[in-house]
Design a protein around this ligand. Structure first.
Ligand code: NCD
Ligand code: ZN
Ligand code: ZN
Length: 349
């Protein structure tokens, strides 16, 4: 049995750090392991242009722990009003690495998202031209479509035609949750990739709903049945470079999750690589973790791989029951339970 695992330093290609006082914990947690992270722009109000991305980036950098070289890769939030000039300015600023499509109403803070993808075709054209990847929350939002089917219907109604119409646009299908999405990405051209979260690899909807409703497993896209979980595990451990690490770590205060109408999002950043190691170990595929976590993301974005490493050891430890979240608390995924892998201090081998 593997007892020690050294990886080239990984990156997180999808994370929510939030803002204000929350950054103290969220930035420390991501910087502990990851060299870079794609920072989701769904703040209130959202990060809509290069100037706002630059200000947010400064707030993140101000919370970076001493000695850390963590680099936040900023993202624009697309709205019906985003213009080709906004895209050109974002590309030119040097710290924006992608733009994010939230279908209006699909998820947390998506109210000002795009109401119809066709409204932003001129923007997508410019993104393809300047080489700015499109990140997609791939779910339809119409009331007639069941919440468990929203990802598949989004592929059929929207993603397929966007990819055909913009063949040179890099597209990341974010936090995929279904066998349908795995098949779609696998068969799509090389400019289409996908991120997969640790929680969608480790859990299915039974974990959320059997024996009582567990709000800390509730995220969007929602956990699916175990056959979909299996397809995600196979994709992540396949060595196919189209699939790479994106935690979608998305903290909400305890009271906002443990509520009659609880928010969507799981907080995993405090132990992200450890959770992925568990999932890969279950598949007897720890040898595939480095490609997924450290190589395929930078290769897709056209960025250099890191040259330093982190080391994990096989050692049981207890996840914290809660963590500070500004003046509140966030309950992390697996709170109070045992984790199987531990990052060596400072990530130094
Ligand atoms: N994944 C989630 O359940 N929530 C995310 C939004 C998102 O990534 O869709 C959040 O910002 O809370
Ligand atoms: Zn999302
Ligand atoms: Zn997200």
């Amino acid at each position: 049995m593997t007892e020690r695992l050294t990886l080239v330093r990984p990156d997180d290609w999808h994370i929510h750090l939030r803002d204000g006082a929350a950054l103290q914990q969220t930035v420390a947690d991501v910087a502990r392991t990851f060299g870079r992270a794609i920072i989701m722009p769904n703040l209130v109000p959202p990060v809509k242009n290069a100037a706002q991305a630059g200000e947010y980036r400064e707030r993140i950098l101000a919370q970076r722990p001493a000695g850390s070289a963590f680099e936040p890769l900023m993202v624009l939030y697309l709205t019906d009003q985003t213009s080709p000039d906004d895209i050109r300015a974002a590309k030119a600023c040097g710290y924006v690495y992608a733009a994010k499509l939230y279908p209006a109403g699909a998820t947390t803070n998506s109210d000002s998202g795009v109401t119809l993808i066709d409204n932003i075709f001129a923007v997508l054209e410019t993104m393809a031209e300047v080489g700015l990847p499109l990140l997609v929350h791939g779910e339809v939002t119409t009331a007639d479509i069941d919440v468990f089917d929203r990802e598949k219907v989004f592929i059929d109604l929207h993603l397929r035609r966007v990819i055909e119409r913009f063949p040179t646009l890099k597209v990341v299908f974010e936090h995929i949750t279904t066998a349908d999405a795995v098949a779609f990405v696998r068969e799509a051209p090389a400019n289409v990739g996908a991120t997969i979260t640790a929680h969608h690899l480790l859990y299915n909807r039974n974990h959320m709903l059997v024996g009582g409703i567990r709000p800390h497993f509730f995220c969007l896209p929602i956990l699916k049945r175990n056959t979909h979980q299996q397809a995600l595990l196979e994709a992540a451990t396949s060595g196919n470079p189209k699939f790479f690490l994106g935690t979608d770590s998305a903290p909400h205060a305890k009271h906002a999750k443990e509520a009659a109408c609880g928010c969507a999002g799981c907080y995993t950043a405090y132990a992200a690589i450890e959770l992925y190691a568990e999932a890969f170990e279950q598949m007897n595929a720890l040898d595939k973790l480095e490609g997924f976590a450290s190589f395929f993301g930078p290769d897709f974005y056209g960025l250099p791989r890191h040259s330093d490493t982190i080391t994990l050891v096989r050692e049981d430890w207890q996840a914290p029951a809660s963590l500070p979240f500004g003046d509140q608390q966030v309950i992390p995924l697996r709170a109070g339970e045992t984790l199987r892998w531990k990052l060596l201090d400072g990530g130094v081998a």
